[in-house]
Write a protein that binds this ligand. Structure first.
Ligand SMILES: CC(C)(COP(=O)(O)OP(=O)(O)OC[C@H]1O[C@@H](n2cnc3c(N)ncnc32)[C@H](O)[C@@H]1OP(=O)(O)O)[C@@H](O)C(=O)NCCC(=O)NCCS
Length: 212
């Protein structure tokens, strides 16, 4: 298995949107993704992709090969179209000194394996590369899993926004982390540990945004 963090491309939208509808209400439209990828000047969209290094199946072994993919997770079956499997995605807007995590999600079939952390670390590294002074985001008050991930990277709650989510009027926490020296050092330690643990290739956080 080979994991890669890279900039999102138009051809990823189908897989990304499939994950989005399982994670958010309302999901983003395909047009929104296309805008963020190709037109926005402030957006840095990322995907975490798994390339499955399996040889093409022989006809007699086709059923077990398919079964193996299906056991690995629903998303893996889309590798049949010849591309990698997108495990999750995220988005970062950089406007002046602020970096804003616009979205982050992992396919439900692949959660709890450290992949959400890889995405957040990638966006954290991107914010540093772009010389942001701080990172902000909004999170549902009930979303303790995401809040725990953000706290691990130094985010803290700064403000409660009443009825922030239109679908059900749930409140949001504004969370924020200043990119000061201590935070950077902590980030470098966490990032190095993640790289050692997962051996992923990072073609996002230290690369420039490709021009479409
Ligand atoms: C939030 C999300 C991206 C985390 O992704 P993930 O791959 O499951 O998380 P990871 O396995 O990388 O875990 C990273 C950290 O998240 C927290 N976490 C993950 N699973 C958790 C659980 N079941 N209970 C509590 N904390 C948990 C922990 O802090 C964990 O760090 P640790 O391993 O050192 O304890 C994922 O749950 C998701 O896609 N949720 C739906 C979309 C969403 O809510 N996005 C956030 C919008 S603000």
């Amino acid at each position: 298995m080979s994991l890669t963090l890279r900039y999102m491309q138009l051809s990823d939208i189908r897989q990304v949107a499939t994950i989005d509808v399982m994670c958010f209400d309302p999901p983003w439209s395909h047009e929104s993704y296309a805008f963020e990828i190709n037109e926005s000047n402030v957006s840095h969209m990322v995907v975490l992709e798994e390339i499955i290094g399996l040889a093409p199946p022989e006809p007699t072994r086709r059923r077990s090969w398919l079964d193996r993919l299906r056991r690995k997770g629903r998303g893996a079956v889309s590798a049949l179209d010849g591309s990698g499997v997108i495990l999750g995605y995220g988005g970062l807007w950089k406007i002046e000194g602020e970096a804003h995590v616009s979205t982050i999600a992992i396919d439900p079939a692949w959660r709890g394996k450290g992949y959400g952390e890889i995405l957040l670390a990638g966006m954290f590294g991107k914010a540093l590369q772009l010389k942001a002074q701080y990172i902000v985001l909004e999170v549902r008050v009930s979303n303790s899993i995401a809040q725990s991930l953000y706290r691990k990277y130094g985010f803290s709650r700064v403000r409660r926004r009443k009825n922030y989510y239109r679908s059900d009027n749930e409140d949001a926490w504004d969370m924020r982390v200043a990119l000061d020296r201590d935070t950077r050092h902590r980030f470098e330690r966490l990032y190095t540990k993640l790289r050692l643990q997962h051996g992923f290739l990072d073609s996002y956080s230290r690369k420039s945004r490709p021009r479409g």
